[in-house]
Design a protein around this ligand. Structure first.
Ligand code: SF4
Length: 469
């Protein structure tokens, strides 16, 4: 049953996680084909907010052509005696959850990356204006966050207004992120967790620390702190850091306990500063994905908005599917762009010295945080379009990973070759490896062979002089 009698469709938590496919969509708002898009929350003085006011700037839903994708913005302006600008990120992130309660309405991602779809069935039921959508947002904000005393909501489809407001939104995100920089994980005893994405990724918990922004890039440690204090029963909660189990990898007893509890035992161990072995889980709305490139023993990063294939030949969507859903996939890592500005950015894997390929747009955005001695050694799509070109580029620039190749190649002289004669092979072919579960990394994919028995006519045993990870 719907929460609200005057809204033409149902509204409730059961609609969270609902996906709307292209064929079923009435319209798309924002999304990958549209440049102008944002959602922004601002805290305003009491006299600048008219409680319950809903404004539509530009064509309304019923005026948008069926099947089209449109530039889109949502501005939420809130006021309250106890509200301050530090809560803007918290308020803004709630838009995602509340819109997903609406039957036949899908909201993905955040900030300048929003992607929404309205389904045809809900449109036919009468959800043909932003007005009822605004009413749902208004009522949920007021009931779930009583600290908000007044709230007004503006929907924008007018391209001139969007062009005017987009720089303001980008500036607001940057100043929020900048405020959160500087504090170190070692300086606090509480981290924060978020399970807002469990509707899409049931075994996902974001662990938000001062030096590891949330995967969506929308919640900093300060936002987490503010959210947990104003709504302790909400999706964001405090995680006592606990004992440091492994400082280099970023393993903390409190994080492991929280992950175990919140994922019903699905995830028991999380390493915060690495993409390998027990990486942080990946939900579905991460801003970028890091991927291991075995041919060069380095990590690439590609952002959601990147068009075309990454250097390993796979587009963002395929890479994202390889890691999303709340899983921990060795060598893959859903993450925020802001994490790239952190000193803990894959610190256990070598940090920036292990990053080999990043699209130009992202590299420009985080350039000042890349150590000077490596910045020109990291390839973009302009330097390398495939792994062969990447290898040549890294070698020419003497990227730090090249030393790793040399270290790994050196012991070949010590390698022993075990030659199995044809006769032996024919008569006594025994498996050279057996395993209940044997993982293999290849071409950016992890292949798991179950109950594997591997036969080979030749086995090279090569001593390792350097830890690969
Ligand atoms: S990505 Fe993480 S922090 Fe962001 S909404 Fe999802 S669970 Fe919360």
């Amino acid at each position: 049953m719907s929460m609200f009698k005057d809204i033409p469709v149902e509204v409730g938590v059961i609609y969270e996680g609902e996906r709307i496919r292209r064929n079923d969509m009435q319209v798309e708002l924002g999304g990958p084909t549209v440049k102008q898009k944002f959602e922004l929350a601002k805290v305003k003085p009491m006299d600048e907010v008219e409680d319950g006011k809903i404004t539509i700037v530009g064509p309304d839903l019923k005026d948008l052509k069926e099947g089209g994708a449109y530039p889109f913005g949502i501005l939420v302006e809130a006021a309250g005696a106890k509200l301050d600008a530090g809560l803007e990120g918290v308020i803004e992130r709630r838009i995602h959850g509340y819109l997903n309660y609406i039957e036949g309405f899908m909201h993905l991602n955040q900030r300048y990356d929003i992607w929404m779809r309205l389904g045809k069935k809900s449109f036919a039921k009468g959800l043909n204006s932003f007005e009822p959508i605004g009413k749902v947002l208004y009522r949920l904000f007021k009931s779930e966050l009583p600290i908000i005393e007044k709230i007004q909501i503006t929907f924008i489809t007018d391209t001139a207004k969007l062009a005017e407001m987009t720089p303001e939104a980008m500036q607001a995100y940057e100043s929020r992120d900048a405020k959160a920089r500087g504090l170190k994980d070692s300086e606090v005893d509480t981290f924060y967790g978020c399970v807002l994405c469990q509707s899409f990724a049931p075994s996902h918990v974001c662990v938000i620390t001062p030096q590891r922004y949330s995967n969506c890039g929308a919640i900093s440690w300060f936002d987490g702190k503010a959210s947990a204090s104003i709504d302790p029963k909400g999706p964001v909660f405090a995680i006592p850091r606990g004992e440091i189990i492994n400082e280099e990898k970023g393993e903390f007893s409190g994080v492991n306990e929280a992950a175990k509890k919140r994922t019903m035992g699905e995830v028991n161990q999380v390493w915060l500063y690495t993409a390998f072995d027990h990486p942080h889980t990946s939900c579905g709305c991460f801003e970028a994905v890091a991927f291991y490139i075995p041919e060069v023993d380095g990590l690439g990063v590609v952002q959601r908005s990147f068009k075309g294939a990454a250097v390993n030949g796979l587009p963002f969507s395929t890479l994202a599917d390889s890691t999303a859903g709340g899983r921990q996939i060795d060598g893959f890592h859903g993450m925020s762009i802001e994490y790239m500005r952190s000193q803990k950015f894959f610190a256990a894997d070598g940090g920036w010295n292990r990053i080999v390929w990043v699209p130009k747009e992202v590299k420009e955005r985080v350039k000042e945080f890349i150590p000077r001695d490596v910045v020109d050694k990291i390839a973009t799509e302009e330097d390398a379009k495939n792994v062969d070109e990447l290898k040549a580029f890294l070698k020419a620039k003497n990227h730090p990973v090249v030393a790793r190749w040399e270290a790994e190649a050196a012991p070949v002289a010590e390698a022993q070759a075990v030659q199995v004669t044809e006769e032996q092979a024919a008569t006594t072919m025994m498996p050279v490896a057996t395993a209940a579960s044997l993982p293999i990394m290849a071409g950016g994919f992890k292949i798991i062979l179950k109950d594997a028995k591997i036969y080979a006519s030749k086995v090279i045993i090569q001593a390792k002089t350097d830890e690969k990870r």
